[in-house]
Design a protein around this ligand. Structure first.
Ligand code: FAD
Ligand code: UDP
Length: 366
């Protein structure tokens, strides 16, 4: 079999690149995916009770990029959705990201202005300079007590590392606010795909020049096909047969539960920030998708070292190991590495789409 491009992985990186190459360059593309479905970690499906669930945890689309939004809008309609998360501390729920309402409830205050809240943070915060890790980034803004309550143990459960063992970028994903904005994201475009992510991927991959082979590890078919170029979106260490040792990735065990309740919890997601509860967060899917159902399905997330690689683990040691692998890629110019696993980056969906569109621009210039 002879094709132009072999693409490994049918997640955002693989699917967007396949679509661009097939539609704009009129090249034949084979996408191989080791799992039984397309969509990568954004895969969703109806469970046995008819509830649309995300198999790999809550996926909320948000971006400031008009280019990314316009591109995906060719393949899906959208439902406006602004994500809200509450943190469960003891028996109470508090808005997260920390904001004026969080502070007023937790400290029994009645701050009315943003200035008052800012002055309160100023009275709590400890100057950390330089900001070297994820503890520094939070303590520097709101002090140790709030850090300990909302970040220290959630992070330990999620990563099996304390925040001071992780890059500032990890906890730095979460802002600290002085106003009453309870949204998790403030991006310009915040939506859910109207018919789900999988449907959107079906549309992206529907070009006649694209063939998809599921349940196929590319290493098992490499010798049976001829191709000019390859795009690899899987884990970079696997590609190089773990030559320098395994790169650490974090996985999650998603335990789904169906409940004969119209509503299980008020927010779509509750983060359990106390150390004595061994899961990190609970997602109620109908609250994300806005599906109308009589009953409800939730997932609890238990982090683990083994299993499907979901997160790169951002710290200096891992970055150095990644760089060793990345150096090898320059020796194989007919293979491009793109996506969250291949680039060992903590990318959101929109960032992967943006990166894939950029990679395509480079391909099309050649
Ligand atoms: P992936 O989706 O991982 O796709 C790579 C594909 O390659 C996989 O399907 C894999 O099976 C396949 N593959 C790997 N190795 C091989 C092989 N040897 N042979 C064949 N196929 C192979 N982003 C947001 O923007 N908003 C969110 O709310 C959000 N929530 C998230 C929640 C969780 C729990 C997780 C884990 C991620 C979340 N993300 C979110 C991030 C989002 O999932 C990623 O940015 C995006 O899916 C990455 O796309 P990708 O194509 O790079 O990688
Ligand atoms: N985090 C935390 N407490 C929270 C929310 C987030 O400690 O209530 C930290 C934790 O380390 C987490 C990181 O901030 O992994 C990023 O959070 P985000 O919600 O973006 O994680 P993701 O959705 O990518 O799993």
């Amino acid at each position: 079999m002879k094709i132009d491009y072999l693409i490994v992985g049918a997640g955002f990186a693989g699917s967007v690149l396949a679509e661009r190459i097939a539609s704009q360059l009129n090249k034949k593309v084979l996408v191989v995916e080791k799992r039984h479905h397309i969509g990568g970690n954004a895969y969703d499906e109806f469970d046995e009770y008819g509830v649309l669930v995300h198999r790999y945890g809550p996926h909320i689309f948000h971006t400031n990029s008009k280019g990314v939004f316009d591109y995906l809008s060719k393949y899906t309609e959208w439902i406006p959705y602004e994500h809200k998360v509450m943190a469960r501390l003891g028996d109470e729920l508090y808005p997260i990201p920390i904001n004026k309402l969080t502070i007023n409830k937790l400290f029994n205050k009645n701050f009315r202005t943003e200035k008052e809240v800012l002055e309160f943070y100023d009275s709590l915060k400890e100057k950390r300079y330089p900001i070297e890790n994820s503890e520094d980034v939070i303590v520097n803004q709101v002090g140790y007590e709030l850090f300990e309550k909302f970040f220290k143990y959630y992070t330990k459960k999620q990563w099996n590392l304390f925040p001071n063992e992780l890059s500032p970028s990890v906890c730095g994903r979460i802002p600290v606010r002085t106003n009453e904005d309870c949204r998790y994201f403030t991006d310009k475009y915040q939506y859910m795909p109207k018919y789900g992510y999988t449907k959107m991927f079906e549309n992206i991959l529907s070009n006649k020049n694209i063939e998809v082979a599921l349940e196929t590890d590319y290493k098992n078919i490499m010798n049976d096909i001829k191709f000019d170029k390859m795009i690899y979106t899987g884990p970079i260490d696997y590609f190089f047969d773990y030559e320098f040792g395994k790169l650490p990735y974090r996985s999650i065990d998603f335990k789904l539960e169906h409940h004969h309740l119209e509503s299980y919890q008020e927010p779509a997601v509750v983060n359990f920030v106390d150390p004595d509860i061994n899961f990190t967060r609970v997602t109620e899917y109908k609250k994300l998708t806005q599906q109308q159902t009589k009953n409800t399905t939730i997932s609890k997330e238990f982090s683990s070292d083994s299993g499907e690689p979901f997160y790169s683990i951002p710290n200096e040691q891992n970055r150095r190991l990644f760089k060793e692998y990345y150096r090898l890629t320059s020796k194989i110019p007919n293979v491009l590495f793109c996506g969250r696993l291949a680039e060992y980056q903590y990318y959101n969906m929109d960032q992967v789409v943006a990166k894939s569109l950029k990679v395509f621009m480079e391909i099309s210039k050649k």
